[in-house]
Ligand binder design. Sequence first.
Ligand code: ZN
Length: 259
Amino acid sequence: MNLSNKNIIHIKEDGVEYLQFKELLKYSDKIQHCYSLKPLEFSDKNPKSQPNYEKMCDILGMDYTKIIKSTQKHTSIVKDIKEFTKEKFEYVDGFITGAKDIPLVTKYADCTPIILYDKNKNIIGNVHSGWRGTLKRISQNAVELMMKNYDVNPKDIIVCIGPCIKQCHFQVEEDFIYQFRKEFKNIEKYYKIGEILDGKQKFYFDTTSLIIDNLIEIGIKSENIYDSGICSVCNKDNMFSYRAEKEKADRNMNIIMLK
Ligand SMILES: [Zn+2]
């Protein structure tokens, strides 16, 4: 199936499929990016992933030996990469940089990929917002770090939200709602009451809307936010989904680099 829509273009090239944001393609002289699709897998646990980084970087005109990535742990920690490093990051779930030719990578099976781009200061960010990271406001942390380290004005930042588990499939229970209610106001806005299964009330949670509101709260303009609108579970034939595939799920990659 072709996943292209008003914000996204679905590309098939050399037997490889990936998504790009139309808005970011307007700055293709300055940045390169993509969200990978099946069958290419990018799990750190899977030894088959390594050649895939090489293959994808070849297509995108990136040097795979310069990739910065982390063993993501659903934290709210964002790291500023000032220059290339061979450091193995752990407990880091987001990166920002103003340095050119350093591809920033995050990996996914349902969590929310967030790309940040300040076109004035030419600063990028790549954030993995799992539900725990969303609860701990990782997207706001990334914007704050861009403001602090590069004097970025949030009004200049373009935000692109990649495929993730959407409300149609994000079934949660009372304990989940409870944690979010403690952290955020008007939490009722972000969920629908679902069915009762095995005596437990189910809810359907909309993490994308919450992330968008968090970004607006910190100064991002709503017209600068582009949502892929793609649910990773609905589209499990095209992308890895933990909800749909459980432990078997491999990972999709979100990559962005300043040229
Ligand atoms: Zn869905």
